[in-house]
Design a protein around this ligand. Structure first.
Ligand code: SAM
Length: 224
């Protein structure tokens, strides 16, 4: 699949999907379930359809499917390698998830389809304007009252706590990730549904933010 210009070449490296889960496991000291559970409070009750954008190796998608087995889970990513690993993991665990190769900024999902859309640790990989496109796309594919849940890095107030984040960023992140740390995603969500300036108020409502890992990560959610 042809990749957009903004797509990081790192995700097309053959070795990345193979080591990605191990990398995350090390980063959270083996507590991957704890990492994933932070989004749960925002998932609406009895969801019928959940979409995980930029799913990577599907850790998030698998976690939510196990928590909401009655729900149909759709998961997509732009990396063939990540999706291949994700499919293998789902098959091994006998978990039914519908995977596809898609750009999170413009998907082929129908409008007003999902009860919740999630994107975890991927928004920071996109440039600012593309991040806003993802928010608009999530708005489009959500049902009215559906919830968009973003899980990503956050800049802690404490300088000492920033050290692991700075190390991680120097090792694997690019300038877009540094920029995202300074942005207010909660405020951006309020504008995500805008098509024109005069339609202010058409974005996500009841936006909320929780922080985790001493402020190193944030979950930001809003209702369509
Ligand atoms: C750091 S990984 C996060 C994976 C997963 N969501 C998780 O929580 O572990 C970032 C993922 O975003 C995907 N990605 C980046 N830009 C994308 C885009 N425009 N559309 C779809 N996926 C994208 C990459 O291919 C990669 O799999």
């Amino acid at each position: 699949m042809k990749k957009p210009k903004h797509y990081r070449k790192l995700f097309d490296r053959w070795w990345l999907p193979k080591i990605y889960d191990l990398w995350v496991w090390i980063a959270v000291l083996g507590k991957t379930d704890n990492l994933r559970k932070n989004i749960l409070e925002f998932v609406p009750q009895n969801p019928a359809i959940l979409i995980d954008l930029a799913t990577g190796t599907a850790e998030n998608a698998l976690y939510i499917k196990k928590r909401f087995p009655q729900a149909q889970v759709l998961a997509s990513d732009l990396s063939e390698g990540m999706i291949t690993v994700a499919k293998k993991k789902a098959a091994k665990q006998k978990i039914n998830i519908e995977f596809s190769l898609q750009d999170a900024t413009h998907t082929s999902y129908e409008s007003h389809l999902a009860d919740a859309v999630t994107i975890s640790f991927a928004l920071h990989d996109l440039p600012g304007p593309k991040r806003k496109e993802v928010m608009k796309e999530a708005y489009r594919i959500l049902k009215p009252n559906g919830v968009f849940i973003i899980y990503d890095y956050h800049l802690p107030k404490n300088w000492l706590v920033r050290i692991p984040l700075i190390i991680q960023f120097l090792l694997v992140e690019n300038i877009d990730a540094w920029r995202m740390l300074k942005e207010n995603l909660k405020e951006q969500l309020k504008e995500a549904g805008f098509t024109q300036p005069q339609r202010r108020g058409a974005g996500f409502t009841q936006t909320k933010q929780t922080t985790h890992y001493r402020g190193l990560a944030q979950v930001v959610a809003g209702i369509k």
